[in-house]
Write a protein that binds this ligand. Structure first.
Ligand code: AMP
Ligand code: MG
Length: 278
């Protein structure tokens, strides 16, 4: 199974999100089947990440975007737990600080990009600067409209440094979002996440969809593709994201580095009963 082909946004193509079924599960029939496949993917992700960490020839940057409650935190929890925290990290981007606002919009992004051997996840990202910023008129159109090209150039620069970029847009329906908000109300473990502004943002749903559609059309490129993940079903969301990360890492054809020492010599010198001085 390789879900990349069915979920990728072809460069330059426009997706009408309203025509897309957020509850789609592709050819996957049941949650049990999907969860088994996700569990397998997790095992492979762990092994692949060890190779990436050992080899230090590649970096992977995973960008997560989606409306509130779409499941960005869920992906960090369910998919990233497959990997060793040593060599992986998640960075969440919040409202810019006063200092960040004095700089160009990519200034605060760059220090958090993964180095060779690392896998970094952006929970929200530089794309907020063409999403929330656009929908709320935080900067004039003539400023945000130039950012698509700037982002493409920036991502091209990262890929030239062997940073592979995967961008996941988690797509849920407005009904599903409201249902998730309702579940939060009844769940003491998640009540802290509730904010009234999340409800108020719902009034801007159509403006967000338009901003998402432009982002997908203008910034899905061959080297840094956007994938639209139907996310009403969490089990399909987890399957799709874990599958795409796994396939992408497999394509890197990575190998653990060869030993730097003569193993036989080490065995003889330090592991034979005759030579061990202790
Ligand atoms: P959360 O991810 O739920 O913790 O919320 C973070 C908040 O920060 C969201 O409301 C984002 O829209 C907001 N945010 C992130 N980046 C930016 C940005 N560049 N400009 C304005 N707001 C932002
Ligand atoms: Mg929030």
């Amino acid at each position: 199974m390789d879900l990349r082909h069915s979920l990728v946004v072809k460069p330059g193509s426009r997706i009408k999100l309203k025509h897309l079924d957020a509850a789609s599960t592709g050819t996957c029939k049941s949650s049990t089947e999907a969860e088994q496949e996700t569990a397998k993917n997790r095992i492979h992700l762990g092994e692949l990440q060890q190779k990436l960490y050992g080899e230090k020839k590649h970096a992977l940057l995973i960008v997560l975007q989606g409306i509130d409650a779409a499941g960005k935190d869920g992906i960090c929890w369910h998919v990233m737990q497959a990997m060793n925290p040593q060599g992986t990290y998640v960075h969440g981007f919040k409202q810019p600080t006063e200092e960040e606002k004095l700089h160009d919009f990519l200034w605060r992004i760059h220090p958090h990009t993964p180095g060779l051997g690392q896998i970094g996840v952006f929970n929200r990202s530089h794309y907020e600067d063409v999403l929330v910023v656009r929908v709320h008129d935080l900067v004039p159109k003539k400023v945000w409209s130039k950012r698509y090209d700037l982002i493409n150039d920036y991502e091209k620069m990262l890929t030239a440094h062997n940073v592979t970029i995967l961008k996941f847009f988690l797509y849920i329906s407005p009904e599903e979002q409201l249902e998730r908000f309702r579940q939060r109300l009844d769940d003491p473990a998640r009540q802290w996440k509730i904010s009234e502004s999340d409800y108020k943002e719902r009034a801007l749903w159509d403006q967000y969809l338009e901003a998402f559609e432009d982002m997908l059309e203008k910034c899905s490129t061959k080297d840094a593709p956007w994938y639209v993940i139907p996310s009403n079903h969490k089990w399909f969301r987890n399957l799709a994201v874990s599958n795409i990360i796994r396939k992408t890492l497999e394509d890197m054809n990575m190998h653990l580095p060869a030993p730097m020492v003569d193993l036989e010599k080490i065995r003889q010198e330090y592991h034979s009963a005759k030579t061990d001085p202790v």
